[in-house]
Design a protein around this ligand. Structure first.
Ligand code: SF4
Ligand code: SF4
Length: 302
């Protein structure tokens, strides 16, 4: 090793650690191990850390929200829209699940604020009917922000059999949100990451369904409406399909990919790739192909 290389390595790896306490050094060590784990070499040898769930699904039934939180991972504040899934799209999804013999362990309705969906009660009744007639063990959950009189009025009318998770948000500043809009591809440490090695959301929350189709997680669908990659699948992925091509594209843009334990942020934070994408989407919102719909069967038809 020549002298310049020694000096460069010292500046890069040793100098930043000088003067740190033992606990700071320990957490920096863990952080570097976690970043190493998502390099292509480690991913090839050890496999994906968080393979997508085969039995859980989150459905973004609407992107309308009455609360515009900073760093919302559906971009409801950064790129508002009134877009939502139709009841026909939900019907198509349930029929497709039945036809493919998929029995969901959990279906979670999210958004946006799902209770603001213009046909919210129809959506709820459709899901209850699916569970009662086909899959009695499916847990149906709803995640709501619990904000405002209208939302709370709708929550009060939700029939039994739906598990309501109310995050009771009160303002735009969310004490647990971190930098969703800081893309790992904008961070030098992640320049060589294997982005198919996604974060735990795809295994813990499940795959995502949005007005534009299936994604490895619902957040990826929301990223698509800003970047316009139009990668929503219209067919349920096969069991042995990890959706790696989609993970490679979306996780490279998604702040949740970063393995750092980040402090919460109290205002909007965006890296260059996101700033540019929001500016483009404001001028010309991407047009994504839509998930198919299924009409209600007519009288006398099965
Ligand atoms: S309540 Fe949820 S969906 Fe609405 S802006 Fe906040 S984080 Fe986004
Ligand atoms: S797109 Fe984001 S939330 Fe989804 S798996 Fe990748 S890193 Fe996680």
């Amino acid at each position: 090793m020549d002298q310049t290389l020694w000096i460069r390595s010292y500046r890069r790896y040793v100098k930043p650690l000088l003067g740190r306490s033992a606990s700071q050094l320990a957490s920096e060590f863990i952080r570097r191990i976690l970043i190493l784990r998502v390099t292509p070499g480690f991913t090839r040898v050890l496999g994906l850390q968080n393979p997508r769930s085969r039995e859980l699904i989150e459905i973004d039934i609407t992107y309308i929200c009455n609360l515009k939180c900073f760093n919302c991972n559906r971009s409801c504040e950064q790129q508002p829209t009134n877009d939502h899934m139709s009841v026909g799209q939900l019907r198509y999804f349930l029929e497709q699940s039945r036809a493919r013999g998929v029995k969901w362990k959990r279906i979670r309705l999210v958004g946006g604020e799902p209770t603001i969906h213009p046909k919210f009660m129809d959506v709820v009744n459709l899901l209850l009917q699916y569970r009662d007639t086909y899959c009695p063990d499916t847990r149906i959950e709803l995640t709501t922000n619990g904000y405002g009189r209208y939302v709370n009025k709708v929550i009060g009318k939700i029939p039994p059999g739906i598990e309501v998770h109310n995050s009771a948000k009160e303002s735009q500043v969310q004490p647990t949100f971190s930098t969703f809009n800081v893309a790992p591809i904008d961070e030098p440490e992640y320049a060589k990451a294997e982005f198919a090695n996604g974060c735990p959301i795809t295994s813990e929350c499940g795959i995502g369904l949005t007005p534009y189709g299936y994604y490895p997680c619902a957040i990826a669908g929301a990223i698509d409406r800003t970047f316009g990659l139009d990668l929503g699948r219209k067919e349920l992925p096969d069991f042995d399909d990890n959706m790696e091509p989609e993970l490679r594209r979306f996780c490279a843009l998604c702040g949740h990919f970063k393995r750092d334990r980040e402090a919460p942020v109290d205002g909007p934070v965006q890296s260059p790739v996101w700033r540019a994408a929001y500016a483009r989407a404001r001028c010309q919102p991407p047009r994504l192909s839509r998930f198919p719909e299924m009409n209600e069967p007519g009288p006398g038809k099965p």
